[in-house]
Design a protein around this ligand. Structure first.
Ligand code: FES
Length: 105
C-alpha cells in the first residue's frame, strides 16, 4: 500500500509500505528520519508518529509499554500518538496520512 507521511519540516512524502513490514520499517526504509534506536521493541519512542484520529480508533489498542512511552514523548496526543514499530501492515490503511512526531531536543 502507499501512505502519505509529513516530516518534521512539513514536507509530504509518498511512502510504499510492504506487507511484511511494520510502519516503522516502511518509514526507515524510505529514508525518513526515524531513529528506531531500540529496533522495534517498544522501548525507545523514537518512532513516535501521529495517525489520524479516525484511524487511531480502528487500530488494535496500545500495549501498556507503548502507553507509558508515548505519554512521556514530546507532543503526545491522546487520540493519535502511536509507536510506529507497533503498527502492523493493514490494507485498510491505504492512503492514510502519518505525521512524524517531534524529537526530544
Ligand atoms: Fe523503539 Fe519503536 S523503534 S519504540
Amino acid at each position: 500500500i502507499t501512505i502519505e507521511v509529513i516530516d518534521r519540516d512539513g514536507a509530504r512524502h509518498e511512502v510504499p509500505w510492504e506487507e511484511d513490514q511494520v510502519l516503522m520499517e516502511a518509514l526507515r526504509d524510505n529514508d525518513l528520519p526515524v531513529l528506531a534506536s531500540c529496533g522495534g521493541s517498544a522501548s525507545c519512542a523514537t518512532c513516535h508518529v501521529f495517525v489520524p484520529e479516525d484511524i487511531y480508533r480502528t487500530l488494535p489498542d496500545r500495549s501498556e509499554d507503548e502507553v507509558d512511552l508515548v505519554e512521556e514523548a514530546p507532543g503526545y496526543r491522546p487520540e493519535s500518538s502511536r509507536l510506529s514499530c507497533q503498527i502492523r501492515h493493514d490494507a485498510r490503511l491505504e492512503g492514510m496520512t502519518v505525521i512524524l512526531a517531534p524529537t526530544r531536543t
